[in-house]
Design a protein around this ligand. Structure first.
Ligand SMILES: CC(C)(COP(=O)(O)OP(=O)(O)OC[C@H]1O[C@@H](n2cnc3c(N)ncnc32)[C@H](O)[C@@H]1OP(=O)(O)O)[C@@H](O)C(=O)NCCC(=O)NCCS
Length: 161
């Protein structure tokens, strides 16, 4: 796999998530997600070979992460989070672009993701990066009083798609 992206001043570094990173990751997950993934889910993702990234500041604190699957000429973004103190500094963009590079290297032609319809920040991020809404998955996400639909978005990773 090619070298991961680095921000202009090399303040932030991307690397593969290891099981030892999960306790730090889970703290961010619990802070930002309404229905957070568990330690077990992150560990399983690493174990089954999903491509899992962490972004560190100055080789130290984890400030964001992304989990993706790459298979059958497709990639899926399964989870992406940036610590609230580090949002709006292009780290979400950096993580998605790294995932797309990894997808292309794994022969993916299209990138897919699901997002809650009310998640304006995430939808704006994805639209800025060229993702379009392509459909709805009914009752995809848990909510406090039932389930809600997911918006499915996708973007072509190669030309022609
Ligand atoms: C979605 C998320 C990953 C974005 O991370 P980020 O590092 O802040 O994103 P970036 O700084 O790369 O933002 C890129 C663009 O996305 C849009 N954007 C990001 N956050 C936004 C917000 N709160 N409101 C409106 N637009 C937003 C903007 O267009 C932004 O560009 P700009 O800063 O030049 O205006 C982050 O908000 C997050 O972790 N949210 C909680 C977890 C989550 O919802 N994950 C997605 C699940 S599908």
């Amino acid at each position: 796999m090619n070298n991961p992206h680095h921000s202009a001043n090399n303040r932030f570094q991307l690397s593969f998530m290891t099981p030892g990173d999960v306790p730090e990751v889970i703290q961010i997950e619990n802070k930002v997600q309404s229905h957070p993934w568990t330690v077990g889910i992150f560990r399983d993702c690493i174990r089954v070979g999903y491509t899992c990234w962490v972004c560190r500041e100055n080789h130290n604190t984890i400030v964001g992460y992304l989990v993706q699957s790459i298979a059958a000429e497709e990639m899926h973004i399964l989870n992406i989070c940036v610590h609230p103190d580090w949002q709006r500094r292009n780290l979400g963009t950096l993580l998605v672009q790294q995932a797309e590079d990894a997808g292309r290297q794994g022969n993916a032609k299209t990138s897919y993701l699901e997002v809650r319809p009310g998640n304006v920040a995430a939808i704006r991020l994805y639209q800025k990066l060229g993702y379009k809404k392509i459909g709805i998955r009914k009752n995809y996400y848990p909510t406090d009083n039932g389930r809600e639909d997911a918006v499915v978005m996708s973007r072509c990773l190669v030309t022609p798609c």
